[in-house]
Design a protein around this ligand. Structure first.
Ligand code: FES
Ligand code: FES
Length: 167
């Protein structure tokens, strides 16, 4: 093995805040954030679909902003705050308002897309709230255009988001 290749595979410590807790793990320079969260930190709620930024299944929040975990390197989140779907519910298991609306409207079937949609939606709804804006159905659909769902036909997801956005 060449020295260059050995260097590329060196594991680096990565310290960050995940869902409000200080966490530490190790990542090679090329390890994706999705793999770091799932395999190094054991947070398997973040899903991996296309791995090239199209499906949205891997979406997490970095410093509050929804980001593709498959387009982010683990070493880029050093000293950052990352929120994943595991942090949405309260510590006693009580679902967030958004999760409860998804449940009520049957807005998931296989659930593969759901974590990513929830994380994008949480960021989007927070920003709308700060602006005092109530979205139209078309605006909800535009936001969802960054996510692929093969099961639901999107209608129940739109209903859940409209309910939360207009509560
Ligand atoms: S797995 Fe990241 S966008 Fe599809
Ligand atoms: S619920 Fe199956 S992909 Fe969306």
């Amino acid at each position: 093995m060449t020295e260059k290749l050995m260097k590329a595979q060196t594991m680096h410590p990565v310290t960050l805040e995940v869902n409000g807790h200080a966490r530490r793990g190790h990542a090679s320079p090329r390890m994706l954030l999705t793999d770091f969260l799932r395999h190094e930190l054991g947070l398997t709620g973040t899903h991996v679909g296309c791995e090239h930024g199209v499906c949205g299944a891997c979406t997490v929040r970095i410093d509050g902003v929804a980001c593709r975990g498959c387009l982010t390197l683990a070493v880029q989140v050093q000293d950052r705050r990352v929120d994943t779907v595991e942090g949405l519910a309260d510590s006693d298991g009580t679902l967030s308002q958004l999760q409860a609306a998804f449940k009520r409207h049957h807005a998931l079937q296989c659930g593969f897309c759901t974590a990513g949609i929830l994380m994008s939606s949480a960021d989007w709804l927070e920003r709308l709230k700060q602006q005092g804006h109530k979205p139209t159905e078309q605006e909800v659909r535009d936001m969802l255009s960054g996510h692929l769902c093969r099961c639901t036909g999107y209608t129940p997801i739109v209903k859940a988001l409209m309910e939360v956005a207009h509560a």
